[in-house]
Each structure stands twice: as C-alpha cells, then as structure tokens.
Design a protein around this ligand. Structure first.
Ligand SMILES: Cc1cc2nc3c(=O)[nH]c(=O)nc-3n(C[C@H](O)[C@H](O)[C@H](O)COP(=O)(O)OP(=O)(O)OC[C@H]3O[C@@H](n4cnc5c(N)ncnc54)[C@H](O)[C@@H]3O)c2cc1C
Length: 437
C-alpha cells in the first residue's frame, strides 16, 4: 500500500498558472505500510481511524483519556451545522461538500437512535444575511432535500415554536448528535483499540514513529502516524508551525419547559438550541479568546441565553427568564485555524520546503521544478474549529484515501482547489508568496 503523494497529478490545474508542485511529495516511493496509529480520540481521530480500518490497515488510537470523546468532542449534543453562502468562495464550497458528506455518514447513527436527524433551521442574523438567504434559496431551489427557504408560518410549523423570523433556511437532512457516543461507537464497531497515554513528543527512529510520554518513556512505536490531537499538536516540533488557536467555548444545558418541549428542530442564528434530550436543551455557544478554564462561568450562561433571544425574540420568549444558578453546561476548547478550514494531509518538512520554494519570496508566480518535501509517514487531521461534526467525516476520508494511495478515483471527493485549501503546507506557501516567512 503506497503512502506517497507522488501520483497526486489530479491536483494539477489545467489553467495557465505557474508550475509550483509543492503538494507533490519528492521523496522516493514510500515503504509499504500495514499499521498506523492515530493520536487523538476525538471526532477527527475516530473518523480517521475508521476510514483507515475500512481500507484494511491495522489501526490503533492513542489518547490521554481512557475513553474517546472527552475533550472538544465531549458535548452532549452537537450540531451538524450548515454554513452556506451566496458567494462561490472556497470556504462555503468546502462547507457544502462536508455537510452533504456528513449527512450521509451519520444517517446510520441517526437510524440507530444516536441523536436525531431532526432538521436544522437557520434564521438570519441581520438584513444582509436575510438577502443572502434569498439568493441561497433560489440557488438550491432544485435541491429541496438539501435546503429550502421558508416563510414565518412554515418556520413555526417546522420548529414547533412561535418564531418571529420572516424567513429562514431549513436543512431537513441534518440534525444533532452526541459526539462522544459517536466516537466510542466508531471505535467499538470497528474493534479499534484505544491506548491511554499522554504523549509529550514524537520522533522518528529507524523509520518508526516513537510516541513518548512526559517521563520520557516510550509508549508506542508505529510505522505511520496521524496527528489528530487538535491544538495540542502545537507541542510537537514537527507541527508547531501551524497557525492554530485554542478557543474556549461554553454550552448551557437548559431545562425544557412546556413551550420549549415543542421544539422539533435545531434552531441556529446568533446561537443554537437543540430539541430537548432527557429534559435538557443544549444551547450555545460562547467564544472566549484567551480564556483557559473549563470551569463553567455564569457570564457565559448569560451570553448563551442572550443569543437565544437575539436569534429570535419568539424563541427567547418561549425559553423565558432563567435562574443562572440552576443552569449546568460544559466548557471546552475548539481548535481554530486562520482561514477557518481544517488542516489535513501530510506534514511538511518545513525547512526543506522553505528552501526549495524560496524563489516565491521574490516572485509569487515563479516556476519551481522541485516537488514538495514531507516528513515520511506523518499526517495530520486537525483544525476542525466550530464544525468538527461536519468536517471530520470528509477530511478523514480524504486523508485515509491518500494514505492508501487512492489518487485516481473516478469521482474525487473534492475539487482539487478545495483539497489544496485544506493542505497542511498551504500556510507556508502563502507566507512565502507574501514574503512573511
Ligand atoms: C462549546 C463548544 C460547542 C461546540 N459545538 C459544536 C457543534 O454544535 N457542532 C460542531 O460540529 N462542532 C462544535 N464544536 C466544535 C467541535 O467540538 C470540535 O470541532 C471537535 O470536537 C474537534 O474534534 P477533534 O477530534 O479535532 O478534537 P478533540 O475532540 O478535542 O480531540 C482531540 C483528542 O486528542 C487528545 N489529545 C490531545 N493531546 C494529546 C496528547 N498529547 N496525548 C494524548 N492525547 C491527546 C485529547 O484527549 C482529545 O481526546 C463545539 C466546540 C465547543 C468548545
């Protein structure tokens, strides 16, 4: 099984553009691999592990917790969140592809009773967004299973809540999921072992990755390694160049009342709220840059409640006044990237890539004959931001396909420009072109 990227010729655009094959791997045809370790048992790591196991690789997952889904992927209810745009930019195109893929991926889970494919209703946050919604509604008019633009009476009927919004977008095939349960089910179903260890550094000796803990003890060796441990990959020298941020967020568990019990869909706008599960709605979420605590804060509960009223006054009225002292919830961290896209693919050999592509500093349109340099058998799948549930199934599939050498699929999962927009080397190339590195 090939681990190389040397046959990624499908990524080469046919347009007249400078020759810059940084995404192709210059190293010799790689060794055959059969076994691979995934570091991190969140939704990114677990979906990656399964995508690799499906291809016949022998996979292990390693995490500092005893079970999967204990950190970012540990909320009780998370939404497969739709984010479309009236513009045809890279980010909304990736979001559309991810959302469609995720909806198919999670269907069997919903059918087995994990979460609910209850539909997601998105309400406009302002007039500009309202106008975008109208364009989106027209654009996807022929895809009613994906999204529909609805007027107030329909929004009220769909949601079960007396909303005031004039218009909204409804995505019937999305919904909410319990991410930790999905992570555990993925590993259990595919009988993928989870090894518990807190890894402090990784190094390559004799073509094997060594995973070492804080005491300097060797926990595991592996032919190939996928780093899927969110922002903690910044602690490894191989991946510390990646522009990621650890961003705290808090969700509030809101006790259901007579009116909110009628909620039938997820509602998103300024914030989001899920239909009740065991008598609680999950509502959120806050974004607290530079805050590093998982203790719950009343100010965040307050912010979440405020977001509900801002999403729709009718929703705020249904929720009614709350005593903050009675509210529970959960706080954890997202791993966000500068361009809001995940980071998936082979890990660049930074110094070599910068040397080979140095001419870009003088001229961003230089023709360069050298292929890219990548660390042998080291891959990453991180940077899921606020949409890990939507992104992870697709990024996992892309990565596993590339690791397994499937470069000549009849139907690529993504257009080549979108694939490259998530590539780990993109930041280096951009920075070189802007002479920032
Ligand atoms: C408040 C809040 C609300 C959110 N709501 C939604 C939502 O509704 N929908 C949605 O799609 N997304 C939501 N998100 C974002 C979503 O949770 C993340 O995108 C997703 O969980 C990221 O998954 P991950 O696997 O990349 O990271 P994680 O789930 O954080 O997994 C990383 C794993 O790596 C392990 N690890 C890290 N370092 C090491 C190490 N050195 N050694 C061993 N193990 C290690 C950790 O223990 C962890 O299990 C929300 C996030 C927050 C904080």
């Amino acid at each position: 099984m090939s681990l190389g990227l040397s046959s990624m010729s499908s990524y080469t655009s046919g347009k007249r553009s400078p020759k810059q094959p940084w995404h192709l791997n210059k190293s010799e045809a790689p060794r055959v691999t059969k076994e691979i370790t995934v570091l991190g048992a969140g939704i990114a790591g677990c979906t990656t592990a399964v995508a690799l196991a499906r291809r016949g690789l022998q996979v292990r997952v390693i995490d500092r917790h005893q079970t999967a889904g204990c950190e970012g992927s540990g909320n009780s209810q998370a939404i497969v969140y739709p984010k479309l745009s009236s513009r045809d930019d890279v980010l909304p195109r990736v979001n559309l592809a991810s959302m469609k893929f995720a909806s198919r991926y999670y269907k069997p889970f919903w059918q087995q009773g994990f979460g609910d494919q209850c539909g997601v209703l998105v309400l406009p946050e302002n007039n500009k967004v309202l106008n975008d919604f109208k364009t989106i509604g027209q654009r996807f008019d022929n895809e009613p299973a994906l999204v529909g633009l609805h007027k107030n009476a329909e929004l009220c009927a769909l949601s079960g809540i007396k909303l005031q919004a004039e218009l909204g977008l409804y995505f019937p095939e999305l919904g909410w999921l319990p991410p930790a349960e999905i992570c555990r089910e993925l590993l259990a179903h595919w009988q993928i072992p989870l090894i518990s260890a807190d890894i402090h550094n990784i190094s390559n000796t004799d073509n094997y990755w060594q995973l070492i803990d804080a005491n300097g003890d060797l926990c595991l060796t592996s032919e190939s390694l996928v780093v899927a441990n969110a922002f903690d990959c910044l602690n490894f020298e191989q991946t510390d160049f990646l522009p990621m941020t650890q961003l705290r967020g808090q969700v509030t568990d809101l006790p259901a009342n007579q009116k909110t019990r009628a909620l039938k869909t997820v509602i998103c706008g300024e914030g989001y709220i899920t239909p009740q599960n065991n008598g609680l709605h999950s509502c959120g979420a806050t974004y607290n840059k530079g805050v590093f605590t998982t203790e719950l804060r009343d100010s965040d509960h307050q912010a979440n409640l405020g977001q509900m009223a801002a999403t729709d006054p009718g929703l705020g009225a249904a929720i009614g006044p709350q005593n903050l002292a009675n509210l529970s919830g959960r706080a954890n961290y997202r791993c966000t990237t500068k361009d809001y896209l995940p980071i998936v693919g082979p890990v660049p050999n930074v110094s070599q890539l910068l040397e080979d592509y140095a001419p870009l500093r003088r001229d961003a349109r230089s023709d360069i004959s050298s292929l890219g340099s990548y660390v042998p058998n080291l891959y990453i799948n991180c940077g899921m931001g606020s949409r890990g549930l939507s992104y992870a199934p697709l990024t996992a599939e892309i990565l596993a396909g590339e690791i397994a050498g499937e470069f000549d699929r009849e139907q690529p999962l993504l257009d080549s420009d979108l694939r490259l927009a998530m590539h780990p080397a993109r930041f280096l190339i951009r920075d070189l072109k802007k002479n920032r590195i």
